[in-house]
Design a protein around this ligand. Structure first.
Ligand code: ADP
Length: 441
């Protein structure tokens, strides 16, 4: 993983954690705001109901006394008691646009005690009856003129006896709106915080990565320099061994064998150094690939033709099944990837086996497949095949000659990523292996 990828991932994780914490905090805050508002409404209803009940108890006691006096004084005269009652109730008005106070006495029709018209949906007659019957407060809710309301109905006692009930009705529109407004403010602040956090985490991730990136770059440069510097002496070593073999007519056969082995080892070492240099350069981003349309179908056919002698030598049938397809890639690097995959397939397929290189098109990608019916890869090794220096069977690949250092697939995967493609492997032990490379079209 390159420093810029690590940095992006670090930033994303930071942001994800912060976002999650923010979400939990906002949800908790919104819930507690709603709860506090709920409790405040209940408290207001309780206080209002207690106050109205006390006032109504006085009013009704007074009105009863007047009624008794009037009856005694005006015996035989006509009178209009309802008007009197109403007049005596008016001064208890609790006028407020989102609150009603209603009083009822026995089965008599309830009146709004500020004397204005009762809105449809009010009163809650069942609560009024129940509060008077049971002598206990009743909490209820409903809808009045399209607005949700909460109600508290309490009995009114005169001299310990239940004489009637008052009902306080409060519209929930304003408190609900206040809660929503607070939540909105929280969300807006949260989003703003998230944007700031994104900027901060990108900045901090960048700063945190700087020394790591520098150390990585130093290491890659060292690797590139070391492999580059080592290639010359290794080439010289091989040339000397070859020269001694050519010129040393009288050498003993055992010495000649040693020289031949020396030359082969130097050859292998030189290839390994080449791979190391390649990988170090790729990872350091020294060379940026020039991306252009590449006829990958043709590239596959050419590569199959190039490697036909090697397939023949190994007794493996190598065929190409390529549709014409273009990819946005780098021709040289596509050839390198194909060579690595086909080379591996030929190495790991016994004589009589088959290796098929196919190219097809998907909506977004050109798809290159290298499939063999060779030895396959054990499931536990599959996740590691693209790791550097990974070899499924070290002893055998080494001894068999031509076995690499386990860098071929690591380089191929890095090249495919640099061309913004993907590489996958599927394999069944004893049945064969298929490598699939997808490159953007
Ligand atoms: P090497 O240089 O050893 O070939 P690679 O990176 O190319 O290294 O491959 C890593 C390992 O993956 C190989 O050693 C081999 O065990 C396994 N492998 C790769 N291709 C195949 C294949 N087509 N069939 C079976 N095993 C494979």
């Amino acid at each position: 993983m390159t420093p810029s990828r690590i940095r992006a991932r670090l930033g994303m994780w930071n942001l994800a954690v912060f976002g999650l914490v923010l979400l939990v905090t906002i949800t908790a805050a919104a819930l507690s705001i709603a709860r506090v508002s709920d409790l405040a409404i209940d408290r207001e209803l309780q206080l209002g109901a207690a106050r109205a009940a006390t006032r109504m108890a006085h009013a009704w006691a007074e009105s009863d006394r007047h009624e008794r006096d009037d009856e005694r004084r005006d015996e035989g005269h006509d009178r209009a008691p309802e008007e009197d009652d109403h007049d005596r109730l008016v001064h208890f008005a609790e006028a407020s646009p989102d609150q009603f106070v209603i009083a009822a006495r026995g089965g008599a029709p309830a009146v709004r005690i500020d004397g204005r018209a009762m809105p449809p949906g009010l009163p809650d007659a069942r609560a009024l009856a129940s509060a008077q019957a049971d002598g206990a407060a009743v909490r209820s809710s409903g809808t009045v003129a399209g607005a949700r309301v909460r109600m508290l109905t309490v009995p009114v006692r005169i001299g310990g006896r239940v004489a009637g009930a008052v009902q306080i009705v409060r519209s929930l529109t304003a408190p609900e709106r206040a809660v929503w407004r607070s939540v909105l403010v929280l969300v807006i602040t949260g989003v703003a915080g998230l944007v700031l956090a994104a900027a901060a985490s990108a900045f901090l991730a960048g700063r945190a990565m700087r020394p790591i990136a520098a150390a990585l770059a130093r290491q890659q440069r060292f690797l590139a320099d070391a492999s580059h510097e080592l290639r010359t002496p290794v080439t010289v070593l091989r040339a000397r061994a070859d020269a001694m073999l050519r010129e040393g007519e009288g050498l003993q056969p055992s010495v000649k064998d040693e020289l031949r082995r020396l030359s082969a080892d130097a050859d292998e070492l030189s290839l390994l150094l080449g791979d190391l240099l390649d990988l170090a350069r790729l990872e350091a981003g020294v060379e940026s690939l020039s991306i252009e349309p590449v006829a990958v179908g043709d590239a596959a056919e050419e590569m199959v033709a190039d490697l036909a002698p090697m397939a023949l030598e190994r007794g493996v049938a190598l065929v190409a099944k390529a549709e014409p397809a273009f990819a946005r890639a780098h021709l040289g690097r596509v050839r390198q990837v194909l060579r690595a995959l086909i080379d591996n397939a030929l190495k790991h397929t016994p004589p009589g086996g088959h290796v098929t290189v196919s190219v097809s098109r998907e909506s977004q990608h050109a798809v290159l497949r290298v499939a063999d019916d060779g030895e396959g890869i054990a499931p536990e090794h599959l996740p590691q095949v693209f790791d550097r220096f990974f070899r499924a069977d070290e002893a055998r690949t080494r001894g068999a000659g031509g076995g690499g250092a386990g860098l071929g697939l690591a380089i191929a995967a890095e090249l495919v990523h640099q061309m913004r493609g993907t590489i996958q492997v599927e394999s069944v032990r004893g049945r064969g292996t298929t490598f699939t490379v997808r490159l953007p079209r």
